[in-house]
Design a protein around this ligand. Structure first.
Ligand SMILES: [Zn+2]
Length: 184
């Protein structure tokens, strides 16, 4: 079973993942795998990344790239996937074939308003969809879109995935109005 928790930037996706992980990790005899989806096969070198939660709990995440061996995902009761929008549709299809309880957390659309391929596959395969809400950073209405800023200026085009850059890339969650106003 797949649950897909989706929302804009700042919708507490990682916080939800950590809370859910914490509840599961207290249960006995539960095999848990925590993953971080990533689009770059070379990230990171050793295949794992450690995330420190607010109360110093360290969660080790297996980095799942398009080149990962999907057999590594077999045999778990619960699988958490952070940044799930970076999953490939093939990986989502594979996850849907497992008996595990799979909880994916990610964005729906990129800064150019295009849906991520992984998120599109998740919308199709997930048994349960949970929208996490956040507020527009400009007017406080419900955020529905994400914008990209390069060195503080909004941009409207560019690669969906940025590998390496010397510029400062940031993202903000905005409502539909603020997203469209910026397009004029
Ligand atoms: Zn707004």
């Amino acid at each position: 079973m797949i649950e897909f928790y989706f929302g804009c930037m700042g919708s507490s996706k990682s916080k939800q993942l950590i809370e859910s992980y914490r509840i599961q990790s207290k249960l006995k005899d539960i095999k848990i795998l925590t993953c971080l989806a990533h689009f770059d096969e070379s990230y990171p070198i050793d295949g794992c990344i450690k995330t420190r939660a607010h109360d110093d709990v360290i969660i080790q995440k297996f980095v799942l790239t398009p080149q990962s061996n999907l057999d590594n995902l077999i045999g778990y009761d619960v699988i958490f996937i952070d940044e799930a929008h970076f999953l490939t549709p093939d990986c989502v299809r594979f996850l849907a074939s497992l008996d595990s309880d799979i909880r994916c957390f990610g964005l729906l659309t990129a800064f150019n308003n295009e849906i991520f391929a992984g998120s599109q596959a998740l919308l199709f395969y997930a048994d349960k969809l949970i929208r996490l809400e956040s507020k527009c950073e400009y007017c406080n209405r419900q955020a529905t879109h994400n914008i990209r800023l390069v060195n503080g200026e909004r941009v409207f085009s560019g690669e969906q995935f940025i590998l390496k850059t010397t510029e400062t890339i940031t993202y903000k969650a905005v409502c539909r109005d603020c997203f469209e106003k910026g397009l004029k």
